[in-house]
Design a protein around this ligand. Structure first.
Ligand code: ADP
Ligand code: MG
Length: 602
């Protein structure tokens, strides 16, 4: 057995770096937090190649003396925490004194800093944890930290990095979060020399949300503001019907710190209840403030997770606050009949090819959102599951196509359609028992495979809109979109740029309702932000896009006759993976004859 030894600081730092600095976005997070802790009113973040070749964060905060500049690179050197008890009333983002030494141990690290009262700045250069030089430098008061060649000395880490697009998406999301957390600080974000986002000092959260999400969306959001003993919730939430395919715009802060809390996420989603379809996420920027002693932020190395001393109380409070606001606004009454869905624009009323029956019936359970003066298309309520618009099934041509191509298994031919139940389910008698089929899941599977095939063949039938639909996006979304206009066009969605952050949807894929076009576009941008539509990996991109598109394409006929039901079954079983929906839900299950006999104790 080798003798026990204390790890050298350099090794200890590299190990800590493994926990705190898992990717370039973590560097950005730690540096921006430090800038904010230093009282900066201006923070500029620049990065290149997804942050792997460069991350630079510059602020006009209080800066450091020469001694502090050296000390801050020592492990556990912090100006923010002295006693463990201080953890209970922390007003800063940082407190462990781990970030800087960790980053410096796995990169080329240059620190330049100057307090306002010092005649000159100090420059410290560290490479892979080794001090290279310390010298005076010229600099405006504040701090500039430049991190390059991240993980060069730790190839194992480097291997775990995703594509530049993905890493860049994480950085952008991180900066958005802190920009929202601190509206009074001006932010600039620069990627590969291009300004992605720039927001001056804002006086209100709403202003900053407008800068980040686009003014049009910001104007549609509802303000939440509720305080109870020891708990305060403030912020903005989307009205019912404004929702997204990803959690990207569901942003939560606890005592100003961006967090990822299951408790809060669930509470928010639960509050929307039936107005939010499964797999959709609300838009929200919510700040929960409570006694720091009632929350533990020291659970996770990156401090993203938090634990509440009283999870139940927090959850109940958030639900009350959000629900109260949604109620004031008018939530859909379950089963009640609301106003008919307005015909949003002449384009929406145009019949679509392959759309045998147009949804013209008034929609039950449309939230009274519609009575609000909303711009058409931006805020159409999500279709509640029970109120899906009628028909527009797969065209008979498609059915023929499928039938001629694939042998229907003999057993399927023996299925007998019994009827539908609770709208979404179709019941069949099969030789082995009774089959319950989730029509939505089945349709999604069929659409998914069909669209995937179309995409990979480069086929994209699209329908030009009579009136182009204007869309305003935030700066980052615009930058992402501008790069992918051609990609979208190849998939049937034609979007034109007409001014800074303003776009027009000019043509939509034939399977997409024009009324859903804006939401679809925003969802697609959500995928882009997550790096999930990487053009270099077309198969994956097609899969992601088809998964999203399938949800939009499905319009369940309200009634189902035997022929359609059996056609649906045969199309489903002609799929490569008939047993699950693209999202992984089961499409059907069978109650075996044996099970039936057992239940009836035969
Ligand atoms: P922590 O933030 O947990 O204290 P860090 O390693 O992130 O630990 O930073 C160490 C110390 O360096 C901080 O406590 C702070 O005193 C100082 N520091 C870091 N970044 C800055 C900055 N941008 N401006 C002023 N001081 C800074
Ligand atoms: Mg810190």
């Amino acid at each position: 057995m080798p003798a026990i030894r204390i790890l050298s600081d350099r090794v200890a730092n590299q190990i800590a770096a493994g926990e705190v600095i898992e990717r370039p976005a973590a560097v950005v997070k730690e540096l921006v937090e430090n800038s904010l802790d230093a009282g900066a009113t201006r923070v500029e973040v620049e990065f290149r190649h997804g942050g792997r070749s460069l991350v630079r964060v510059e602020d006009n905060g209080r800066g450091m003396s020469r001694d502090d500049a050296l000390l801050c690179l020592e492990r556990h050197a912090t100006s923010k925490l002295v006693e463990t008890a201080d953890l209970d009333h922390l007003g800063t983002f940082g407190f462990r004194g781990e970030a800087l030494p960790s980053i410096a141990s796995v990169a080329h690290f240059e620190l330049q800093t100057r307090p306002a009262d010092a005649p000159a700045g100090t420059e410290v250069l560290v490479n892979g944890g080794k001090l290279v030089h310390v010298r005076a430098c010229g600099l405006a008061p504040g701090t500039r930290i430049t991190v390059s060649h991240l993980f060069n000395s730790v190839p194992a880490r480097r291997k775990f990095l995703k594509t530049d697009a993905t890493e860049s998406a994480h950085i952008i999301q991180t900066v958005r979060l802190y920009a929202l957390a601190c509206p009074q600080t001006a932010f600039t974000l620069i990627e590969d020399g291009r300004v992605l986002f720039q927001s001056p000092v804002c006086t209100t959260l709403a202003e900053r949300v407008g800068e980040i999400f686009g003014r049009q969306l910001a104007a549609d959001l509802l303000e939440v503001d509720l305080a109870e003993t020891g708990l305060k919730l403030q912020g903005l939430i989307g009205p019912p019907g404004v929702n997204r395919a990803t959690r990207h715009e569901m942003l939560m802060f606890v005592n100003r710190r961006p967090v990822d809390s299951r408790t809060l996420n669930y509470a928010l989603i639960e509050s929307y209840a039936t107005s939010l379809a499964k797999g959709r996420y609300p838009v929200a920027v919510l700040f929960l403030d409570l006694d720091p002693a009632a929350v533990d932020v020291n659970v996770h190395p990156a401090k993203r997770e938090v634990r509440f001393r009283s999870e139940g109380a927090v959850r109940g409070f958030v639900i009350r606050a959000v629900l109260q606001r949604l109620r004031e606004f008018g939530l859909p009454r379950q089963g009640g009949s609301g106003e008919p869905k307005p015909t949003a624009s002449p384009a929406a009323a145009e019949p679509m090819p392959g759309d045998p029956v147009r949804p013209v019936a008034p929609q039950p359970a449309v939230p009274s959102v519609m009575s609000q003066p909303f711009r058409p298309f931006t805020s159409l309520p999500a279709r509640p599951a029970a109120a899906l618009p009628p028909p527009a099934q797969l065209s008979s041509a498609t059915i023929e196509h499928r039938k001629s191509r694939i042998e229907t298994p003999a057993t399927l031919m023996a299925w007998r359609f019994l009827g539908t139940a609770h709208g979404d389910y179709a019941l069949f008698e099969a030789p082995g028992g009774i089959v319950v089929l989730d029509r939505r899941a089945a349709h999604e599977r069929i659409w998914f495979e069909r669209l995937q095939e179309q995409f990979s063949r480069g086929e994209a039938a699209s329908q030009r809109l009579l009136f182009a639909l204007p869309v305003e996006l935030d700066a980052i979304a615009s930058a992402l979109l501008v790069d992918r206009l051609k990609f979208l066009q190849q998939h049937g969605l034609e979007v034109g740029e007409f001014g800074r952050n303003f776009f027009r949807i000019e043509a939509v894929p034939v399977w997409l309702e024009p009324a859903d076009a804006e939401m679809f576009l925003r969802d697609v941008i959500g995928l882009m932000r997550e790096g999930r539509l990487d053009e270099k990996r077309t198969d994956l991109a097609h899969e992601e896009l088809a998964r999203l598109a399938a949800q939009k394409a499905v319009r369940l006929p309200s009634s189902l006759n035997e022929a359609d039901a059996l056609a649906l079954v045969s199309q489903l079983f002609a799929c490569r993976q008939p047993h699950t929906s693209p999202a992984g839900r089961p499409t059907h299950f069978e109650l075996g004859r044996g099970e039936l006999a057992r239940r009836f104790q035969r």
